[in-house]
Ligand binder design. Structure first.
Ligand code: SF4
Length: 576
């Protein structure tokens, strides 16, 4: 056997309102997720186009391993030219649409064009029988949870959904793309959040994609017995290990606070005095009295890092309340209570907004003096203004740079127009090199290194290796929280297709993905002049070491030159 064959691409033309399939090129079989999206965008999208215009191309691509029995492997990448950074963007999400598409043999959905009637909405219906666009005007303006409740009356229980909320429909640059989780209720709680890709989907009038795998089976590997053996031993080893995310990412807050990378009040400090009330341990403690608990956001995830948060009456409120959200919408806005952050998280999921970009924007608004830090009710009102489409709401929904301009505030912590995530580049220099040189802008999932003591002569190599490992992880369908290495991933690829995938080949795949993305950005007009750390990060010191961003660009730019592969490249765990 040669592994999965007969795969298809779904092409959706929103100008002519057609949807059809075509064969997926066999030579692309080891391309999925981020790597596939980059290859398609470089080939088919004009990098100089208006990101919200008809020339942008939206790609939805599950990973190479998605849809198989491999553990924690069903993630889907969303890619396009970003309206926020002006460069290429990939953001990925859990939930079930990725593996449902792959079980049907659909390697990606490519959405082009723009409908003439911008007031209309459309849905894409995907089944084993084929694909079709359907009118979805009755979905217009629906918040994500209400949308899924509505779609649940029209589609079978086996279907999963990719959708946008009102923020995407308004084409706000902080808009996310939601995927439904594997729960019976199909919560639209897993978001490809960064880079404003929800706005690109909105610009095309596409409100949702419904994927119904029916009774489709998991994908069958070429070396079935060995593949299943590998799944078994990998799972056994993982479960015997430390399982560092078993109580969710929000419990990492204490460590981040200790390392001065738990930004407080628009990053004017690296620690929050409210760490005790924001610590994710409170969420875990709430499970005993309120219900909720840890769960897997997609079928087959053995990490189960996602917390399901209930309110005081025991009703579902949100999932997952992540470390990044606790930090950006909590500490960074001076908000003390994790429960207020849970409310804000639910509102962001409802409207379809990136919690990092939105939290950063609200913190800038507060820092400008327009609202008190810590005003949780005020922050909730701002999110409701986004839903109403007020001028202020739009300025917040368009992200950090937008509200910085509106308030004429000087402290705007971004790289390439995108808000810096929780992990702060002042104590974490190698991570800062990732923020400056990654094609993705300030994005910790592009290559995170949490090691403040790393010697200077290792910063560049650590960043480059982390960027390469994460580029392959985000192309494979594995979740970064499973922490696979390049050696792990090439073993799964090899058994899936019955081929040997060497270390050299997997390293080349990683570098090719980064090179495709850098090339897209170069053609889009981004240059070294865009590799700029925000002034406030260069000027405002944090922590006892009074750390600022002071890494010379001569050193930073070395990350663009491929270094010789060393053992560590293949054994470093993906991390985000
Ligand atoms: S590790 Fe967490 S985020 Fe990743 S797939 Fe599992 S539950 Fe979802």
């Amino acid at each position: 056997m040669s592994g999965p064959t007969g795969d298809q691409i779904i092409r959706v033309d929103m100008t002519n309102l057609t949807a059809k399939t075509e064969p997926f090129p066999d030579e692309w079989k080891l391309l999925g997720g981020r790597g596939l999206s980059a290859r398609i965008l470089l080939k088919e999208c004009n990098p100089k186009c208006d990101a919200l215009g008809p020339e942008n191309v939206l790609v939805m691509a599950p990973g190479v391993i998605s849809g198989t029995a491999a553990p924690t492997s069903g993630r889907i990448s969303i890619g396009a030219k970003s309206p926020l950074t002006g460069g290429i963007k990939e953001a990925n999400a859990g939930g079930n649409p990725g593996q449902d598409l792959m079980k049907l043999g659909y390697r990606c959905v490519i959405v082009t064009g723009q409908p003439k009637d911008r007031g209309r909405r459309w849905g894409l219906h995907v089944t084993a029988e084929g694909v079709k666009l359907v009118a979805a005007d009755d979905c217009k303006g629906r918040w994500n949870y209400a949308l899924i409740d509505h779609l649940a009356t029209q589609y079978p229980q086996s279907a999963s959904f990719i959708s946008i909320g009102p923020a995407g429909e308004m084409m706000l640059k902080g808009a996310s793309v939601a995927c439904t989780d594997q729960e019976q209720a199909r919560h639209p709680a897993r978001h490809a959040a960064r880079g404003g890709l929800g706005a690109v989907m909105g610009s095309k009038g596409l409100k949702y994609v419904a994927v119904d795998p029916g009774k489709a089976r998991v994908r069958q590997p070429a070396e079935r017995k060995q593949f299943m053996e590998l799944c078994k031993t990998y799972t056994k080893d993982y479960l015997a290990g430390p399982q560092m995310f078993k109580t969710g990412t929000s419990t990492v807050a204490v460590i981040a606070n200790m390392l001065n990378t738990f930004p407080y009040k628009n990053r004017t400090a690296g620690q929050s005095p409210d760490i005790d009330t924001l610590d994710g341990k409170n969420i875990v403690a709430s499970f005993a009295t309120r219900g909720g608990g840890m769960h897997n956001c997609m079928t087959g995830c053995i990490v189960q890092c996602s917390n399901v948060v209930h309110d005081k009456d025991g009703n579902y409120k949100t999932s997952a309340l992540e470390f990044e959200t606790i930090t950006l919408l909590g500490a960074n806005c001076g908000i003390k209570s994790w429960e207020d952050v849970a409310d804000l998280d639910r509102l962001c999921d409802e409207l379809g907004l990136d919690t990092i970009e939105t939290g950063a924007a609200i913190a800038i608004y507060m820092d400008s003096g327009a609202m008190e830090f810590g005003d949780a009710e005020g922050a909730k009102r701002l999110l409701k203004e986004i839903a109403e489409g007020t001028e202020l709401g739009r300025a917040i929904g368009n992200g950090a740079v937008s509200i910085g301009k509106k308030t004429k505030h000087h402290r705007v912590p971004v790289v390439k127009g995108q808000a810096i995530p929780a992990w702060d580049p002042r104590p974490l220099k190698a991570t800062g090199i990732t923020y400056l040189t990654s094609p993705m802008g300030a994005d910790h999932t592009a290559g995170l290194i949490v090691n403040p003591g790393l010697p200077q002569d290792q910063w560049v190599q650590a960043s480059q290796e982390a960027q390469m490992v994460n580029a392959v992880c985000d192309s494979s369908g594995f979740c970064q929280f499973l922490q696979p290495t390049l050696d792990n991933i090439r073993s799964f690829y090899g058994l899936l297709y019955g081929i040997e995938v060497s270390r050299e080949q997997i390293a080349d795949l990683a570098w090719r993905t980064l090179s495709d993305e850098w090339e897209f950005n170069r053609r889009a007009g981004l240059t070294e002049k865009d590799d700029v750390m925000a002034d406030c990060i260069k000027q405002d010191p944090i922590g006892p070491a009074k750390a600022v961003w002071d890494v010379p660009y001569e050193l930073v730019k070395q990350a663009y030159t491929r270094l010789e592969s060393r053992e560590k490249l293949f054994t470093t765990k993906a991390s985000g």
